[in-house]
Design a protein around this ligand. Structure first.
Ligand code: AMP
Length: 282
């Protein structure tokens, strides 16, 4: 596996691969890799000749007071894990390489970026769509892999790719969880032992909601209230939001029908955790 730090070098390598007819799978990440990231690399390896993973903690998607400075890093370990999972190229640019002095251009998807995480993290998705557009232009992937863990991110990227006629297929991949149900996240490292235990309430509340729905409950308010009540039993949990929306437009629903996303964001100490389930309700 090659580790590349400059855009020029990566573009030149990609050009050579493309000239020999190789397909490119791309996995954008912020590093501190866990099995969630590795599942995306493995899927990319199954479907493409060459797999590129990027590790870039993107400053434009962090708001003031968020964890840009303290975001966990371990490039050496990440490189080993990425290689083992099947990556051929690890792209690790500096902030100046991606945003040189005088940088002025941003990509902004409207409307669906105002819901859910967009409400509590204004500007976050503008940073995401900008960096993903830049990375797509650099890597020119045939397919790009994103985790359903960040369900709103998938919806926003799919909208952007449609709207801007980008020549890339977006492949959403399932949420990978710890054995006890906690959705894997680089930010789980922020949790104290007590908070780690308390954070289990998130997946538990979502799984309980799914059981309700499987038994025929379709009233969004009833399900949302149940989830809120379950999470409120945990004193360390500070709820940011719990929302039930349709999965494509991310608009609130009153009755569960079709492709539904139940998404939540909850703080435990300095960790803001997100989780969700997506279901097809008949
Ligand atoms: P991040 O490094 O957190 O920006 O995540 C990079 C990619 O990995 C995104 O597409 C995430 O949705 C995906 N990802 C993160 N955690 C998980 C997980 N637990 N299961 C599946 N995909 C994940």
């Amino acid at each position: 596996m090659q580790i590349i730090e400059t855009i020029a070098e990566l573009k030149s390598i990609i050009k050579d691969f493309k000239n020999t007819g190789k397909s490119i799978g791309f996995v954008p990440t912020m590093g501190y890799l866990h099995e969630g990231h590795l599942s995306l690399i493995q899927k990319a390896k199954e479907q493409n000749d060459i797999v590129v993973i990027s590790i870039f903690v993107n400053p434009t998607q962090f708001g003031k007071g968020e964890d840009f400075e303290s975001y966990p890093k371990n490039l050496e370990k990440d490189a080993l894990l990425a290689k083992e999972a099947g990556a051929d190229i690890l792209f690790h640019p500096s902030v100046l390489e991606m945003y040189p002095t005088g940088y002025k251009t941003f990509v902004d998807v409207e409307s669906i970026t105002n819901a859910l995480c967009g409400k509590s993290r204004p500007g976050h998705f503008k940073g995401v769509t900008t960096v993903v557009t830049k990375l797509f232009n650099i890597v020119t992937p045939n397919r790009a892999y994103f985790g359903q863990k960040d369900a709103q991110q998938v919806a926003v990227i799919e909208q952007m790719v449609r709207d801007l006629n980008m020549d890339v297929e977006i492949i959403p991949c399932p949420i990978i969880r710890e054995k006890d149900g906690l959705a894997m996240s680089s930010r789980n490292v922020y949790l104290s032992a007590e908070e780690r235990k308390a954070a289990l309430i998130l997946s538990r509340s979502l799984f309980e909601a799914k059981e309700f729905i499987d038994r025929g409950e379709k009233n969004a308010e009833v399900i949302k209230t149940h989830i809120l009540n379950v999470i409120r039993q945990e004193p360390l949990a500070q709820i940011d939001y719990v929302e039930i929306v349709n999965a494509a437009a991310l608009e609130n629903v009153t009755t569960l029908e079709g492709d539904i996303l139940i998404a939540l964001a909850v703080r435990f100490g300095k960790a803001r955790l997100i989780d969700n389930i997506r279901l097809e309700v008949l």
